[in-house]
Write a protein that binds this ligand. Structure first.
Ligand code: FAD
Length: 382
C-alpha cells in the first residue's frame, strides 16, 4: 500500500513526491493522466530534432538559492539573461520599456533630454509605474507613459485576457513599469536558465527513486473514487495521504460551475532557415492575433540544429472542451468565491492536500511552485 498518492507530475507533484520518498522513506504513487511527466514544463524534440516546449516557453528564473540548489541536484543549467522584444511598426523594441527603448523610439536629442529627466526624478535603476509618469508635470514625460500604454500594454493585454479597453482595470495599467536603466533583461532574478538537457530529463531524474512509482495515462478518477468524504483506491478505503495537483473543479465534476481560465492555442512552425526572428521571444503588442512568437533555439541554446522551430500563441477563453488546457486562472472576487466553495468541499477528505496552479487556482512561477511543494512535503514529514 502506498503512503501517499500524488496526482499530477508537474513541478508541484514531482517535487513533493521526491521529498516524501527520499526524506521520509514513504512509498509514493504518482498518477499522471498525460502520456508524459513534467506537467506544463514538459519539453521534447520535434521531428526536426529541435527541443520544443509543448505547453509554452518555460524559463526557470529565481533569486532563491535554496530552490536553485534543490533543482540543481537533477540538472545542470544553461544560464542566460532572458530578453524580450516587442514588434512595434518596423522596430523590435526591448520590453519592459527601458532606456535602450527610449533611444529607439525618440530622436537622439529628445531621448537624451528625457533620459536625464527620468534619472534625476526617479533615480537610475528604478522601475517607475506608468501611473507615476502620468502624474508628472512635464508633458514629455507623460508622453512616455502614453507610448508604453498604447504600444506595449493595451492591445497585448486585450488579446491575452480577452478584455475590452474599458474592462482593463486602471490599477493594473498603472502598475506597468518603465525601467530606468540599460538592462534589457526581462526578469530581475539572479538565475535565469533552462535545464541544459531540457526540463523532461530533470523531471525523469527527480522521479527516479525506488520509493516512487509513476502511472502515466491514468486519470485519478479511473483508479480512485471520491465518495461521501472518503477516498477509495482499488475498492478499499484509502486512509493514507493524497496530494492533488489537478483542477479542483474537475475533482467535483464542476458541480458549482467551471472555474474560468484563459487558454492558449500553440501553433508550431518549422523553417529551413538558420533563424526566423533572431530573438527567443518577440511580443506582438500592437498587431496580429497571436501574443508572441518564441524561437526555441534561442531559448534553449541548442546548437547545430537543422533549421529552426517557432511557436505562435493564440489566447482564447477556456471552455472545458476535450483537448483544451486551462492555463491562466482569471482572478477576481467572483471566481475566488467559486474556488472557495470547492476548497471547502475538498476539506471533507482526510489527509488530502491541494497543491499547484490548478488545485489552488493561482498563477505560480516554477520557483514559487517548487518552494510551496518543498514546504508541504516538509510539513507532512514533521
Ligand atoms: P502543471 O505543470 O499543470 O502540472 C499538473 C499535472 O497534473 C499535469 O501534468 C496534468 O496532466 C496532471 N493532472 C491534472 N489533473 C489530473 C488528473 N485528474 N489525474 C491525473 N493527472 C492529472 N513559470 C516560470 O517560472 N517560468 C516560465 O517561463 C513560465 N512560463 C509559462 C508559460 C505558460 C504559457 C504558462 C501557462 C505558464 C508558465 N509558467 C512559467 C508557470 C508554470 O507553468 C507553472 O509554475 C507550473 O506549470 C506549475 O506546476 P504544477 O505542477 O502546479 O502544474
Amino acid at each position: 500500500m502506498y503512503d501517499y498518492i500524488v496526482v499530477g507530475s508537474g513541478i508541484a507533484g514531482s517535487v513533493v513526491a521526491r521529498i516524501l520518498a527520499e526524506e521520509g522513506n514513504k512509498k509514493v504513487l504518482v498518477v499522471e493522466r498525460r502520456n508524459h511527466i513534467g506537467g506544463n514544463c514538459y519539453d521534447v524534440q520535434d521531428e526536426h530534432g529541435i527541443l520544443i516546449h509543448l505547453y509554452g516557453p518555460h524559463i526557470f528564473h529565481t533569486g532563491d538559492e535554496e530552490v536553485r540548489k534543490y533543482l540543481s541536484r537533477f540538472t545542470e543549467w544553461y544560464d542566460f539573461g532572458h530578453e524580450v522584444v516587442a514588434k512595434v511598426g518596423d522596430q523590435l523594441i526591448p520590453v519592459p520599456f527601458n532606456l535602450n527603448t527610449l533611444h529607439m523610439v525618440y530622436d537622439e536629442e529628445k531621448a537624451n533630454y528625457l533620459e536625464k529627466k527620468l534619472i534625476s526624478e526617479y533615480g537610475e535603476g528604478s522601475r517607475v509605474p506608468i501611473m507615476k509618469l502620468r502624474e508628472n508635470d512635464d508633458p514629455d514625460v507623460r508622453e512616455i507613459a502614453e507610448y508604453v500604454y498604447q504600444n506595449v500594454f493595451l492591445k497585448y493585454t486585450m488579446k491575452q485576457w480577452g478584455q475590452k479597453p474599458e474592462e482593463i482595470s486602471p490599477e493594473v495599467t498603472g502598475r506597468v513599469p518603465i525601467v530606468i536603466s540599460y538592462d534589457n533583461r526581462y526578469f530581475k532574478d539572479k538565475y535565469q536558465s533552462v535545464p541544459i538537457d531540457g526540463f523532461t530529463p530533470m523531471f525523469e531524474k527527480m522521479l527516479d527513486h525506488p520509493n516512487i512509482e509513476v502511472k502515466l495515462e491514468t486519470d485519478i478518477k479511473d483508479i480512485v473514487e471520491f465518495k461521501d468524504g472518503k477516498i477509495f483506491f482499488e475498492g478499499k478505503e484509502f486512509n493514507n495521504g493524497m496530494i492533488y495537483t489537478g483542477a479542483i473543479d474537475e475533482l467535483f465534476d464542476c458541480k458549482y460551475g467551471r472555474l474560468p481560465y484563459r487558454s492558449l492555442d500553440f501553433k508550431f512552425e518549422h523553417y529551413d532557415e538558420d533563424s526566423f526572428q533572431g530573438h527567443s521571444v518577440v511580443n506582438y503588442t500592437v498587431s496580429e492575433d497571436y501574443t508572441r512568437i518564441t524561437e526555441f533555439k534561442f531559448l534553449t541554446g541548442q546548437k547545430n540544429t537543422d533549421g529552426t522551430t517557432i511557436v505562435k500563441e493564440y489566447p482564447f477563453a477556456y471552455s472545458g472542451k476535450e483537448g483544451e488546457i486551462p492555463y491562466y486562472a482569471i482572478l477576481d472576487e467572483e471566481n475566488d468565491k467559486l474556488y472557495n466553495k470547492y476548497k471547502e468541499d475538498a476539506q471533507q477528505f482526510n489527509d488530502f492536500h491541494l497543491l499547484g496552479r490548478l488545485a489552488e487556482y493561482k498563477y505560480y512561477n516554477i520557483d514559487a511552485m517548487c518552494i510551496k511543494a518543498m514546504e508541504l512535503a516538509k510539513n507532512l514529514l514533521k
